[in-house]
Design a protein around this ligand. Structure first.
Ligand SMILES: *Cc1c(COP(=O)(O)O)cnc(C)c1O
Length: 375
């Protein structure tokens, strides 16, 4: 009889489903035989990479026959200079997803508890489950983190807490004051991971990075990425900032060459391109207004977002609307896997892309309400 390899996998892995990424443009165009489709599904920077980053990548390609610098010396130095953090607090990852995974492999055993919020980034679930830890999902408040309830969910089995500020897929955020109150309640032997993937987009005065709290709370790990505002999603580069002991542990688990040479070079270069960052943030702000106005005109509600995406309430099952948008060559992100079947998450695009999405969305909504009327 043939071996059932599924039975050989660890129980955590047996229960996993593969991560569902946003649909690639090439796949949609292949399937429908269309061209010029647009993707507003994965919270990428629509401007294209910084010219400074492209130059660094091109210059690095000649080194492709070599292994990268396993210590990432140059990029760590650049991060250290830019953010005023010590080199021995930085762990580089193949995207910040890699760093989240390293935290799971370093601190979690089967039976341990991991706390995260309802409607929060799916990778926290993947990390917990793949290690066999038990996920404790705390109900959200107004689509965001209920930090009081999360602190109250800590038990003597809790090892790791994942927080996203701002949160994906809802775009909600919490204040520096709320974060301080939370940290004061969490025992020092619980690792708190604060995922700041969208930090650069936030302008709320009461928002603050967790870096400022790390002296007081050495159990606080900050995760960051170059995939969003810095426009380097394809290169897979992110990092954690943590106490030197935690950093040492993460680096024991980390694959030595987890970050490639073009990524190391481009990330170091783009840090100095403040004009690119400013342009990205500004374009995001106007694009956000454009989509909010469009949704208001369509009579739809949305979750107020401080990220580079907005999650709209379609007021009905969003699956047929998603499918209708695909037919129009517009890829957005269904969030039914987050138990949000009536919502769609839309990444802020360039002005033309936002217009194209809004026009297609209006047509698709009309078609659907036409269908509903004839039922
Ligand atoms: C996009 C995103 C990341 C970044 O992932 P990378 O692996 O760095 O590309 C991390 N956390 C959240 C919440 C995100 O939405």
């Amino acid at each position: 009889m043939a071996c059932d390899f599924y039975q050989l996998a660890t129980p955590g892995v047996q229960g996993l489903h593969p991560y569902q990424p946003g649909k690639p443009v090439e796949e949609l165009e292949r399937e429908l035989g269309i061209k010029n489709s647009i993707k507003l599904a994965s919270n990428e920077n629509p401007q294209g990479p910084s010219p400074v980053a492209i130059a660094a990548i091109q210059a690095a390609l000649g080194e492709s026959c070599r292994y990268p610098d396993a210590s990432g010396f140059k990029l760590k130095q650049a991060l250290s200079d830019h953010y005023g953090i010590s080199v021995n607090t930085i762990t580089l990852g193949n995207g910040s997803n890699d760093v989240l995974d390293l935290i799971g492999r370093t601190f979690l055993l089967p039976g341990d508890e991991v706390i995260y919020s309802e409607y929060s980034f799916v990778v926290y679930m993947l990390v917990a489950q793949s290690t066999g830890a038990r996920a404790v999902v705390v109900p959200a408040r107004d689509w965001g983190h209920d930090l009081d309830a999360m602190a109250a969910a800590v038990t003597d089995k809790t090892r790791v807490i994942f927080l996203a500020n701002p949160n994906n897929p809802t775009g909600t955020w919490f204040s520096d004051q709320a974060m301080r109150a939370f940290m004061a309640k969490v025992p020092e032997n619980v690792i708190v991971v604060l995922d700041e993937a969208y930090l650069e987009y936030v302008s709320e005065p009461e928002y603050m990075s967790g870096l400022a709290l790390q002296n007081e709370y050495p159990n606080l790990v900050v995760a960051r990425t170059f995939s969003k505002a810095f426009g380097l999603a394809a290169l897979r580069i992110g990092y954690a900032v943590a106490a030197p002991a935690i950093t040492d542990l993460l680096n024991r688990v980390r694959q030595p060459f987890n970050v490639n040479i073009p990524a190391l070079e481009a990330a170091a270069a783009v840090l100095s391109d403040s004009e690119y960052l400013q342009r990205s943030v500004e374009q995001n702000r106007t694009g956000m207004q454009q989509l909010e106005q469009g949704f208001a005109q369509l009579g739809l509600g949305w979750i107020p977002s401080v990220g580079n995406f907005i999650t709209v309430d379609c007021g009905c099952d969003a699956a047929p609307l998603y499918a209708g948008l695909l037919q129009e060559g517009v890829i957005v992100r269904p969030v039914a896997n987050y138990q949000m079947p009536n919502h769609l998450r839309v990444t802020i695009g360039l002005p033309d892309e936002n217009n194209r999405f809004l026009a297609a969305f209006a047509r698709v909504l009309k078609q659907q309400s036409g269908k509903a009327d004839t039922l």
